[in-house]
Design a protein around this ligand. Structure first.
Ligand code: CO
Length: 138
């Protein structure tokens, strides 16, 4: 049994996947195959960290949200992602509380997931992503 809302992954912005990978490889984590996410204009390299992932995000275009973040804040932690069973139900629930979404329409994420992002101002300073895995919906 899984407790609700486990951390799915932590997203880390990096201008270079090799430089960004170095500390995790040194610690002993294993990288999964790189995956491009065209809707976010990023290349993702995920590291398995126990049941969770650390995702390095490298922009593939200057208009990528990650490129904008790197310019403003530099490399480092970008967002946390919590896993949900039913994304639409969570969106509806949060919208009723006045939550502010960056995108209330789910977008494709890594590995066939669907994701939405909540505004960091709403997230008390943290960009929060909700992730639904294809097989998780019931
Ligand atoms: Co993410």
């Amino acid at each position: 049994m899984t407790l609700p809302y486990p951390i799915d992954h932590i997203g880390i912005a990096t201008p270079d996947l090799e430089i960004g990978s170095a500390p995790y490889l040194a610690i002993g984590l294993t990288a999964l195959p790189d995956e491009a996410i065209p809707s976010q204009k990023v290349m993702v390299r995920a590291f398995q960290a126990g049941d969770n992932l650390i995702e390095l995000l490298m922009p593939t275009d200057p208009s990528s949200p990650i490129a904008v973040f790197l310019e403003k804040r530099g490399a480092g932690m970008h967002h946390i992602a919590l896993r949900v069973h039913n994304l639409e139900a969570e969106i509806e629930k949060l919208e009723q509380t006045g939550a502010i979404f960056l995108n209330a329409e789910p977008r494709p994420g890594r590995a066939g997931t669907r994701v939405v992002f909540l505004h960091p101002k709403w997230g008390a300073g943290t960009l929060i992503e909700l992730v639904e895995h294809g097989e998780a919906k019931s």
